[in-house]
Design a protein around this ligand. Structure first.
Ligand code: ZN
Length: 203
C-alpha cells in the first residue's frame, strides 16, 4: 500500500516506495528523486538501472579477503606491492574504501561482514571469523590490525578477535583511540583515520 504517500500514478508511487527503502532516503527525498528521474533523459535512467543491475550480477566476494570484487582474488589481494605481513580487519567493504582513501596503509585486508552483536543475534559464526583464522594460520602475517568500529559491537568483536589471534603469535593492534566512541569507520575523515592508523597501539 502507498502508506504515507499522496496518491499518484502507480509506476511513480512504486519508484518512490523502492527509493524509500534505501538507507538515508526518507519519503520526501524518495519523492524528489522519483520526480527527478521522471524528468531526466531516458538514457540517464537506463544508466542508473544498468549500474544497479550490474552491481548485483557482476560483483562477488574475494575468496581471500571477502572484499567486494568483480575478479577473484580482488585487486588488493593480487597487488604484489602490498605489504603481506599486515592484515587490517574491518567490518564492511566500504571501510576499505575509507582506509584506502588515506593512502597511508599498504597492507592487506579482511572483511568480516558485520560485528558480533548479542542483542541483534549476530554471533561469531555469523561473520567471517573462521575464514580469518584459517587465513592467519596459513600466511606470513605478523600484524593483525583490528579496525572494527569504535561502538559497542566493534569493541566486543575486537576483544573476541584478540583472544583468538594473540595465541597464534601474531601481533594484534587496534586503531588509535583518536576515533571518538561510536564512530563508524566509513564516515571518519581522512585526517582522523590517518592518525588512527599511524597511532595504532598494541591491543
Ligand atoms: Zn581480496
Amino acid at each position: 500500500m502507498n502508506q504515507g504517500f499522496p496518491p499518484t500514478a502507480e509506476p511513480i508511487s512504486k519508484l518512490i516506495q523502492e527509493l524509500n527503502k534505501l538507507p538515508g532516503i526518507g519519503p520526501k527525498s524518495a519523492q524528489r528523486l522519483a520526480y527527478y528521474l521522471l524528468r531526466a533523459p531516458e538514457e540517464q535512467a537506463r544508466f542508473l538501472a544498468d549500474a544497479i543491475l550490474s552491481v548485483k550480477q557482476e560483483i562477488t566476494l574475494c575468496s581471500t579477503c571477502f572484499n567486494v570484487t568483480d575478479s577473484d582474488p580482488c585487486l588488493i589481494c593480487r597487488n604484489e606491492e602490498r605489504d603481506r605481513s599486515k592484515i587490517c580487519i574491518v567490518e564492511q567493504p566500504q571501510d576499505i574504501l575509507a582506509l584506502e582513501h588515506t593512502r597511508i596503509y599498504k597492507g592487506l585486508y579482511h572483511v568480516l561482514h558485520g560485528a558480533i552483536s548479542p542483542t541483534e543475534g549476530v554471533g561469531a559464526d555469523d561473520i567471517r571469523i573462521k575464514e580469518l583464522l584459517e587465513r592467519l594460520k596459513n600466511s606470513q602475517t605478523d600484524e593483525a590490525i583490528l579496525a572494527t568500529n569504535t561502538n559497542l559491537e566493534g569493541e566486543q568483536t575486537a576483544l573476541y578477535l584478540n583472544r583468538l589471534i594473540s595465541p597464534l603469535g601474531i601481533r594484534v593492534t587496534r586503531l588509535a583511540r583518536g576515533l571518538p566512541f561510536g564512530t563508524e569507520l566509513e564516515y571518519a575523515d581522512d585526517v582522523t583515520l590517518t592518525r588512527a592508523i599511524e597511532g595504532r597501539q598494541e591491543f
